[in-house]
Design a protein around this ligand. Structure first.
Ligand SMILES: Cc1ncc(COP(=O)(O)O)c(C=O)c1O
Length: 481
């Protein structure tokens, strides 16, 4: 059953006799700096069904470069539309920056395996070792570079949990660009130190909804107590970029094709390291907010799957409070609450859906990457699971106490399912090989841990009526499927 090709002795069957180091794999494996991939992999070039075109919100026609250029810088707009180039070179200055924190380690979770007493082999790719604390920096630095190259002087963006805003602040500081961040108010209040880090790197940070934009003012008029959503924060940031178009563009940290493209570096490095160890994963698991880390982690393995070379099983993990893949609709919808962005065909809960303030702020998005949505619809992304935050935090603590790293709550969604799968292996005796993405560290998520530890954390699962209210905002587009 297992496609594992790992060398070394088989583990024994009891925790008392099972060694923590029972194969020849090192605990953590670093590629050499010279082995950092020099090109991003564009899975769209290999997809059997192209995702439905992104539509202009005014004309409802597929967007062309000229439609995207007022919002995104030109090279990123090109990448957004590129469905033919399999590889896109990583510019030299971006590679220079990557060398400061990449390659990231691929870790064999020996101590978690031991704690679970499982015959499964568990690996994770750890992206939380840079100051921004997550994988988001991989795309932030590429986006800042293309803006600088174009002669722009400033960028705007939104941030949910704060990791993307922090990553963008680091990237803009490096390339000497101004940055305005609209931070979802729930996170702004839960994570004050995130704001401080962004300010350390020179960014200006406003809680969203804010009274500095037309859409923010409208949202506050409707609900002065609104704790915000990514959809609203996106609308605010896009509005400011459009209002200052001679100098400024908007950047987004997930969902878009360009972001999945940049995040392919996670999967390319993982595959290079695992190939070296002669290991091929049976299961690939990632948390899914807008889909960028999972899309990036699985990219080169999806290439194998699409070409019929291998059949790894892919699992997306989302919060039960914001279940876009497991309970959403596959339909055209706006990417933001204010309806200023193009329409994408994706799994969506409706752009008016405001998820409950969950601590995994980075997973609180109403939609899902069009690439992942299409792959899921076509059965190539095999499975999506929704998990509740208390069970996620329980998994996070088990992981922290065995592997040492305190994970971000978003990342802990993937840990939860990796543990569940490893426990199934304990029952069946299968030696499956599991690879999951550990996207970030939880050092600025201590409010969540505190709530979990003092027993005040609750779970929220939207009712069918809650979802119906969100679905009502999905536009009906006669003649367009
Ligand atoms: C640590 C971490 N992991 C995962 C995510 C989810 O984003 P995506 O699905 O784009 O990887 C976020 C988003 O902010 C994050 O901060």
């Amino acid at each position: 059953m297992s496609t594992t090709m790992s060398k070394g002795s088989a583990p024994s069957n009891t925790s008392s006799t099972r060694s923590t180091r029972n194969t020849s794999d090192p605990y953590k494996y670093y590629l050499d700096e010279s082995e950092i991939p020099t090109a991003f992999y564009n899975v769209r070039a290999d997809m059997q069904t192209e995702h439905a075109p992104i539509l202009h919100p005014g004309t409802l026609k597929p967007v062309v470069l000229a439609d995207l250029e007022p919002v995104f810088c030109t090279e990123l707009a090109r990448q957004e539309l590129n469905d033919s180039d399999r590889f896109i070179d990583i510019p030299g200055p971006v590679l220079d920056f990557y060398r400061m924190y990449r390659p990231s380690p691929l870790v064999r979770a020996y101590y978690l395996e031991k704690a679970l007493d499982t015959p499964a082999r568990i690996y994770y790719k750890y992206e939380g070792g840079n100051t921004s604390g997550s994988h988001k920096l991989n795309s932030a630095i590429a986006q800042a570079y293309y803006a600088k190259e174009q002669g722009l002087t400033a960028l705007t963006t939104e941030t949910g949990a704060g990791q993307w805003g922090t990553a963008m602040a680091m990237a803009c500081a490096y390339f000497d660009l101004g940055l305005s961040v609209y931070m979802v108010k729930a996170s702004y209040e839960q994570k004050p130190y995130r704001k401080t880090i962004m300010q350390c790197y020179g960014a200006s940070v406003s809680p969203s909804p804010s009274d500095t934009t037309r859409i923010g003012q409208k949202m506050l008029e409707n609900d002065p107590e609104s704790y915000g959503s990514l959809g609203t924060a996106i609308s605010e940031a896009v509005e400011v970029a459009l209002d200052h178009n001679s100098t400024t563009r908007y950047v987004l940290g997930s969902v878009l094709n360009q972001v999945l493209l940049h995040q392919s570096i996670i999967g390319l490095e993982s595959k290079a390291a695992l190939d070296r160890l002669e290991v091929y994963p049976d299961l690939l698991i990632g948390c899914a907010g807008g889909g960028s880390n999972l899309g990036g982690l699985m990219a080169p393995y999806m290439a194998d799957r699409l070409a019929g070379r291998a059949a790894p099983h892919f699992i997306a993990v989302e919060p039960a409070s914001c279940p876009s893949l497991t309970r959403g609709r596959f339909a055209y919808d706006f990417c933001d609450t204010g309806e200023v962005t193009p329409l994408a065909k994706m799994y969506t809960l409706g752009h008016d859906f405001i998820p409950a303030p969950s601590h995994a702020g980075g997973l609180r998005y109403h939609g899902m990457s069009p690439i992942l949505s299409q792959l899921y619809h076509d059965g190539f992304l095999d499975e999506a699971r929704a998990v509740e935050q208390t069970e996620v935090l329980a998994a996070a603590l088990l992981f922290a106490r065995s592997e040492g790293t305190l994970p971000a709550p978003e990342s802990a969604h993937a840990i939860r399912v990796a543990i569940d799968e490893a426990l199934v292996c304990r029952e069946t005796g299968e030696e499956k090989t599991i690879l999951f993405g550990l996207t970030g560290n939880g050092m600025l998520d201590l409010a969540a841990y505190e709530q979990y530890l003092d027993g005040t954390m609750t779970d929220f699962i939207p009712s069918d009526e809650d979802l119906a209210r969100g679905f009502a905002s999905i536009p009906s587009l006669p003649g367009i499927q």
